[in-house]
Write a protein that binds this ligand. Structure first.
Ligand code: MG
Length: 297
């Protein structure tokens, strides 16, 4: 049996990735309370919102107000997604210290999701990352559809490796290699990770799994065997899957924490406090929380 990492970092994406994909509109005050509860649960990295056009994502139009309202704990990083320089300027105006950029591993998905090609995305992000770094920000990258595309199907390993390297060369500290539609399975994880880790240190790769087909935790377990130690998750499993209505999306944070605790892997996060944070929002979502751990409570 491989030696598992002794500690894992959990990046909480519920307030941004989760709520962005919920049809219910959550009030600014409730979002602030949600982020504060996640902070108090011990999460050290929380993606709070996105500075994108309110026309595209009305759920996150109050990004600046949410950042103004949350209580920031020293040692915890609070990030925002930015699609372009306008978004970066808004983030800077809101006192944001950590931003994230995103591109897809498949051309069709990038076009449909952002109305620009992968090349155009990189042209934009060259400037965004340069400006962000010169302002002293830390920048994370997302590579979506890394395990499959809803329009193109399979995505080549070569493309995933090349785009991850390219994002890192822009100056991002870490790339979240993401299974946007929840098709990844441990066989794919075992095939992709050796290719990524041939040229990239494991400390610069995070994994973002969705549980749409019930494989998210199995994927994490497969990745732990390769020494991977940063995983994205969403409290309560918030977010759903935009490409499979009524299916679950993001891996639930408390489900991940439960498995890690069972493996004696340290996270310093209180599971039930994360579950409570999601439960506080549940009455407004119009559907039960997907998290198995929270359902079992
Ligand atoms: Mg997601």
């Amino acid at each position: 049996m491989a030696t598992l990492p002794s500690a894992v970092s959990v990046v909480e994406v519920g307030p941004r990735d989760g709520l962005q994909n919920e049809s219910a509109l959550i009030s600014t005050a409730d979002k602030i309370a949600f982020v504060d509860r996640l902070t108090n649960a011990g999460l050290r990295a929380i993606e709070v919102s996105a500075f994108v056009s309110p026309k595209w994502i009305p759920q996150l139009k109050d990004a600046a107000d949410v950042f103004a309202g949350i209580t920031r704990r020293p040692g915890t990083r609070y990030s925002a997604l930015v699609p372009n320089l306008i978004g970066l300027e808004r983030a800077l105006g809101a006192g944001v210290t950590d931003v994230a950029i995103f591109t897809a591993a498949s051309e069709t998905f990038n076009q449909r999701n952002t109305r620009r090609s992968i090349e155009e995305s990189f042209a934009t992000y060259r400037d965004v990352v340069r400006e962000a770094l010169s302002a002293g920000l830390r920048v994370r990258g997302y590579l979506s559809t890394a395990f499959g595309c809803p329009f193109e199907g399979p995505v080549s390993t070569e493309q995933v490796v090349a785009l991850t390297e390219r994002l890192l060369s822009l100056g991002v500290f870490e790339v979240a290699v993401s299974d946007t539609i929840g098709v990844a399975h441990p066989g794919q994880v075992r095939a992709l990770l050796p290719r990524l880790l041939a040229t990239i240190p494991s400390t610069r790769i995070a994994l973002h799994f969705h549980d749409t087909r019930g494989t998210a935790l199995a994927n994490v377990l497969a990745a732990l065997d390769f020494g991977m130690a940063t995983f994205d998750a969403s409290a309560g499993g918030l977010g759903g899957c935009p490409y499979a209505p009524r299916a679950s999306g993001n891996l639930a944070t408390e489900d991940l924490l439960y498995m890690l605790r069972g493996l004696n892997i340290e996270t310093d996060v209180a599971i039930d406090a994360v579950s409570d944070a999601a439960l506080a929002l549940a009455p407004q979502l119009g559907h039960p929380l997907p998290s198995r751990y929270t359902q079992a409570r």
